[in-house]
Each structure stands twice: as structure tokens, then as C-alpha cells.
Design a protein around this ligand. Structure first.
Ligand SMILES: *Cc1c(COP(=O)(O)O)cnc(C)c1O
Length: 398
């Protein structure tokens, strides 16, 4: 009997997370667990802490790693920073800001939202207005999604910080960098972020299972005073030199070994080159999408070219397109797994992830396979889109 789930050669994982795992990371995880007193375990944890501080250009930040995912990291921010019934401002970026807002409300906090403008990044003026409307300073923090993975849009966090400061409101800025860390620059102080949070499985090229946060003095002080009951997520309990306390129990050793290897890869390639490579590959994808769009059926969801993320591209389709069928053809016939759309965009778009462990060859293979699937589905793609992607890579230096 033939096994139809197997595709010879390499399957391309072009979802915006989980993303492909480099061989070096896979190999680093192929090891036996260690006893809790083994100095290699402490060295692995220290390597992850150093790697994260370096990536965030935040040598002084307190960093926390949890056996969890991005949603867990969201919860860490809520439970540590917001008192019971406390208030937070969440600017609308689409599916991810709304999910974080819903989770925050489920935890008994109040959320002030600024409107999501589909296809557009955060409007800092909206945020400033919402803070001016809070003269009592009830709002403890602004929770902002840097790259909304559902929209493929990156908002300008430094501009947001400036807008917050211009109002004189003391709100903390908490940045969700799940889909941007390791892809675009996330330097904590430059962004004016008091907390940055993320997960292992996107730009950090490690399997899902680790959520992380970095916090500055101001955020730690707010957490220190926060009376909300908490335990597993509590920063106060985790600020310990003992690995058993740092993780509130047994650390996820295997994943930490993988994450340390991923930080090492970023270091060896050099952060600047990692970010430049993301820009080149995103440029190739955008060149192809611009080519396809000329045939009139497909388009960019992100309306502002500068806000198109280097991590993921969200591509709109004509009404009535069967996106599940398109994805199935792409996956089963052409070996490329891409993502559907989320929340309000469901059925209206699909997404190509281009973050993490990727290069010119994998991106060109992906674009060729996606175009093939589009053609099989009868969606007009015009001529020459793939040539544009090649030309974009050639012009960008490979
Ligand atoms: C993926 C993602 C999350 C959620 O992460 P999970 O690990 O799936 O819980 C949160 N925010 C952003 C921006 C994401 O891309």
C-alpha cells in the first residue's frame, strides 16, 4: 500500500510558525535528559538567557523562560502586571490583538481597545487619544502586537512609544514579538518597550513549547506591587539562581538545548545578516505577489508597503475561492504547506510564511509551488511573477 502522507524530498513548511527547524537545532535536541544538578543544564539555561538578551540588545533585562507557548507568554504579562480588575489598552492589529484582549478579559481584567483598521498598522494617534481619555491613569500598560501574523503587518513600536510618552501617561509598553524576534530588529530600549515577549517556534527556529519574556526595572517594579494572586507565572518566584525555581519545576531541557543552538546560529550568521536575509526573502515574496496581483485576482492584504512584514505575507483571494482546497493541492501535490487566514480574514486570504530558517532556494521553491497550486485551482496569476522574485533576489544580492 502506498503511503500518501509521504512526499519524497523535503517538504517546505511555509507557515508563519511553527517554522522549519535547522539541522543544528534538531541535533542539539537529540540527547538524554540531565539530572537537575548537572552543570550542563545550567550552562544551557545561561546560553538561552544570554542569547535572548543579546537579540533584544538588553543586557540588563530580566529574562524568563516558561514551558508554554505564545498564549502562555501573554498570560504571564497579564498576571504579573495587571491587578485584579485592572485596565490595559490593546491597539487593534487584527486577530492576534483581539485574541490577547479576549484572554485578558477572561482573566478578569478590563481592556480598552483602539479600532482595527483592516490592512493598516496601528495608528499611534488612536492610542494617544485613548490614553488622554484616561486622566486617572487607570491603564497600567499598552499591550501591542509588533507583527500581527494574521495580517502580515508590522507596526512601528518606537512611534507608538513616542505617542504614549507625548501624552504624559505612565503606561508600560508590552510588545508581542512572537513573530518578529529573530526576523526584524527588536531592540528593547530603541522600541521603548518595558516588556518584550515571544515564543520558540517562529523566528527562533525551535519547536513549539517555550514562551519567553524580557522585563525592565519599571515592569518588574509594577509586578512587585501587583496584588494579583499567581504562582506558576510569578516573576517574583522565578527570579532565582536555581534552575528548579526559575522554571517552577523541571525545565524543558530538550527545547532549551534546541533554543540555545538556535541563538548560536543567529550569532554565527550575525544579527544584521539574519535581518537582511529576512528582508531579501520577503522582498522576493512581495515581488511575486505583485506579479500575481497584476492578473487581477490576488492582492496584498497590507495596504502600506512599508508595513508589510518580513515574516509572513497575507494574500487576498477573490470571493468564493476554496482556500482549503488550494492549501491541500499545495501541500499534497507540490510539497508546500502554507497557512490559511485567521479570524475575520478566514476564507478571504492565505498566507506564506518566510521567517526563520530559509534561504533563496527554499523561497523560490515555495513560490514556484504556490504558483503551481494557484494555477491548478484556476486562479489567474499572469506571467512573469516568478521572474520578478528571481530579479528581486539578484538585485538584493542573493
Ligand atoms: C503565533 C503568535 C502568537 C501565539 O503563539 P502560540 O505559540 O501559538 O500560542 C501570539 N502572537 C503572535 C504575534 C503570534 O504570531
Amino acid at each position: 500500500m502506498s503511503d500518501s502522507t509521504r512526499i519524497p524530498g523535503r517538504r517546505f513548511l511555509q507557515s508563519p510558525g511553527p517554522s522549519p527547524v535547522p539541522d543544528e537545532v534538531l541535533h542539539a535536541m537529540a540527547r538524554q535528559p540531565m539530572d537537575m544538578g548537572d552543570p550542563r543544564l545550567d550552562a544551557t539555561i545561561a546560553a538561552c538567557e544570554a542569547g535572548l538578551r543579546k537579540l533584544l540588545h538588553a543586557p540588563e533585562a530580566e529574562v524568563f523562560f516558561y514551558a508554554t507557548n505564545g498564549h502562555g507568554a501573554w498570560e504571564v504579562a497579564v498576571e504579573n502586571l495587571l491587578p485584579p480588575g485592572g485596565e490595559v489598552l490593546i491597539p487593534g492589529t487584527g486577530h492576534f490583538s483581539e485574541s490577547w484582549a479576549v484572554q485578558t478579559e477572561a482573566l478578569g481584567r478590563r481592556v480598552v481597545r483602539t479600532p482595527w483598521r483592516p490592512g493598516w498598522p496601528i495608528d499611534a494617534a488612536d492610542v494617544a487619544q485613548a490614553l488622554r481619555d484616561d486622566p486617572q491613569h487607570a491603564i497600567v500598560a499598552v499591550f501591542a502586537v509588533h507583527t500581527d501574523t494574521a495580517s502580515g503587518i508590522t507596526s512601528d513600536m518606537a512611534a507608538l512609544r513616542q505617542a504614549i510618552d507625548a501624552t504624559g501617561h505612565p503606561a508600560l509598553l508590552v510588545v508581542d514579538a512572537v513573530a518578529s524576534a529573530g526576523c526584524t530588529r527588536v531592540a528593547m530600549a530603541e522600541l521603548g518597550a518595558n516588556v518584550v515577549l515571544g515564543a520558540s517556534q517562529k523566528g527562533l527556529m525551535t519547536p513549539p513549547g517555550i514562551g519567553w519574556l524580557a522585563a525592565d526595572e519599571r515592569a518588574l517594579a509594577v509586578a512587585e506591587r501587583n496584588p494579583a494572586p499567581r504562582f506558576y507565572w510569578d516573576w517574583r518566584l522565578r527570579r532565582s539562581p536555581l534552575s528548579y525555581r526559575k522554571f517552577c519545576g523541571t525545565p524543558p531541557q530538550t527545547l532549551l538545548a534546541g533554543l540555545a543552538a538556535a541563538f548560536d546560529l543567529i550569532d554565527r550568521e550575525g544579527e544584521d545578516e539574519v535581518l537582511a536575509r529576512h528582508r531579501r526573502l520577503a522582498g522576493a515574496v512581495q515581488a511575486a505577489v505583485a506579479g500575481w496581483a497584476e492578473a487581477g485576482a490576488l492582492g496584498f492584504f497590507a495596504q502600506v508597503p512599508d508595513s508589510r512584514s518580513v515574516s509572513v505575507t497575507c494574500i487576498t483571494v477573490p470571493e468564493g475561492t476554496d482556500i482549503d482546497a488550494l492549501r491541500t493541492v499545495a501541500r499534497d501535490r507540490f510539497g508546500v504547506a502554507m497557512a490559511g487566514a485567521l479570524g475575520p480574514l478566514q476564507g478571504k486570504a492565505f498566507r506564506i510564511g518566510h521567517l526563520g530558517d530559509s534561504n533563496a532556494a527554499t523561497i523560490l521553491g515555495c513560490l514556484g509551488a504556490v504558483q503551481a497550486a494557484l494555477q491548478v485551482q484556476g486562479i489567474p496569476v499572469g506571467n512573469g511573477a516568478l521572474d520578478r522574485a528571481v530579479a528581486s533576489l539578484v538585485a538584493a544580492g542573493g
